[in-house]
Design a protein around this ligand. Structure first.
Ligand SMILES: Cc1ncc(C[n+]2csc(CCOP(=O)(O)OP(=O)(O)O)c2C)c(N)n1
Length: 320
C-alpha cells in the first residue's frame, strides 16, 4: 500500500473479494442464459488478487493473464466497462476490441492481459527496464499461472530480470490446474517458488486463499522489490474452483479434490473470521453481499445497453 494511503481493513479486503465473486457470478449467469463469449473466471482466487493488488502503489504497473478479472477489479476497474469489453461493446476498456482475454487499461496501470500463456512473462522485463531507465520507485507486477511457469519463457524472464536487476514482482497463482491437465503431470514437486533460487532471486510461498496472509506477504515482497530494484517471486497456493473456461466443465476433476478446496474458500474464510471477531454480523454480511450483487447488476445493465462499435471504425487504432 502507498505511504499516503491507509492499509486496507479486513472489511475492505472482504468487500473487494465479494465484488469479484459477484462479477464472476454475473458472467456465469450470462452463460446460463445463452451464448456468451468464452471467459476464464477467477472464482476461488479472489484472495490473491485482492491481497497482492492492495499492496501496490498507484504508479505500479500490472501485467496479467487470461484469468484477470480479479486483478483488474481489485485495481479499481469499473465492472460495467469490464463487462462491456467482454461483450464487445464500444464502452469497454478497449472499445470492445479486446474481449475478455486482452484487456489493457492505461489509467489503471494495467499494461496487458495475455491470452498467450506466458506472454505476460515475456513482456515483464521490458516494462520493468523502462521503469528502471525512467527512474522513480514504481514496480511491475506480473501475474501468471503454474502452467506458464512450466514454459521456457518463465525461465528466460526470471533470468533476464535478475541479471539486469529489474523491479518485477512475479506472482505465480499456483491454482493446481493447467487448462485440463493437473500440475502433477507437468511439474516436479509441488511448488514454483524454489525455482527462483536458480536465478538468484528471493521467493516465498503464501496461502493464496487467505487474503490477510497474501496482503502481508505481498506488502513485504513489494517493499523488497522497491528497495532493492531486484525481482522477487511470490507463489500463491490456491485453487481454480470452476472449469478452465465458461461454459463450466469439471468432469475431469476428482470431486473429492473440489470439495476439499471449497472448504478452504477464501471468501468464506474471511467471513468466518470477521463474524467470530464481531466485526461482522449476519445482517451486515448480507448487506455487503447484496451491495456487491447490486453493483454487478448495474454493471450488466450498463454493458447490455451499450452499443457495439460502429463498423466504420473497424480499422481505427490499427497500426500495423
Ligand atoms: C502459448 C499457449 N499455449 C497454450 C495455450 C492454451 N491454454 C490457455 S490457458 C492454458 C493453461 C494455463 O495454465 P496456467 O498458466 O496454470 O493458468 P490457469 O489457467 O491455471 O490460471 C493453456 C494451455 C495458450 N493460450 N497459449
Amino acid at each position: 500500500m502507498h505511504p499516503s494511503r491507509p492499509a486496507p481493513t479486513r472489511l475492505d479486503l472482504l468487500g473487494a473479494m465479494l465484488r469479484i465473486r459477484a462479477y464472476e457470478e454475473k458472467i456465469v449467469a450470462f452463460h446460463e442464459r445463452g451464448p456468451f463469449p468464452h471467459v476464464c473466471t477467477s472464482v476461488g482466487q479472489e484472495a490473491t488478487a485482492v491481497g497482492v493488488v492492495s499492496a501496490l502503489h498507484p504508479d505500479d504497473q500490472i501485467l496479467t493473464n487470461h484469468r484477470s478479472a480479479g486483478h483488474l477489479l481489485a485495481r479499481g476497474a469499473d465492472p460495467g466497462r469490464l463487462l462491456a469489453e467482454v461483450m464487445g461493446r464500444s464502452t469497454g476498456y478497449c472499445k470492445g476490441r479486446s474481449g475478455t482475454l486482452h484487456i489493457s487499461a492505461k489509467e489503471l496501470g494495467v499494461i496487458l492481459t495475455s491470452t498467450i500463456v506466458g506472454g505476460e512473462l515475456s513482456l515483464a522485463p521490458g516494462v520493468a527496464l523502462s521503469r528502471s531507465l525512467l527512474g522513480g520507485e514504481g514496480i511491475v507486477v506480473c501475474f501468471f499461472g503454474d502452467g506458464a511457469a512450466c514454459e521456457g519463457i518463465f525461465h528466460e524472464s526470471l533470468n533476464l530480470a535478475s541479471v539486469w536487476n529489474l523491479p518485477v514482482l512475479y506472482v505465480c497463482e499456483n491454482n493446481q490446474w493447467q487448462a485440463f491437465v493437473h500440475r502433477k503431470e507437468t511439474m516436479v514437486g509441488d511448488h514454483i517458488a524454489p525455482w527462483a533460487a536458480s536465478y538468484g532471486m528471493d521467493s516465498l510461498t503464501v496461502d493464496g486463499n487467505d487474503a490477510e496472509a497474501v496482503l502481508e506477504a505481498a506488502t513485504r515482497a513489494a517493499a523488497q522489490v522497491r528497495a532493492t530494484r531486484r525481482p522477487f517471486l511470490l507463489e500463491a497456493w490456491t485453487y481454480r474452483q470452476r472449469g478452465h473456461m465458461e461454459p463450466h466443465d469439471q468432469s475431469y476433476v476428482d470431486p473429492a479434490e473440489i470439495q476439499a478446496w471449497l472448504a478452504k474458500d477464501p471468501i468464506a474464510r474471511l467471513e468466518d473470521r470477521l463474524l467470530a471477531s464481531g466485526e461482522l454480523t449476519r445482517e451486515s454480511l448480507e448487506a455487503l453481499r447484496a451491495e456487491a450483487r447490486a453493483a454487478m447488476e448495474a454493471a450488466a445493465d450498463f454493458a447490455t445497453a451499450s452499443p457495439y462499435p460502429d463498423p466504420s471504425e473497424l480499422t481505427a487504432g490499427v497500426y500495423a
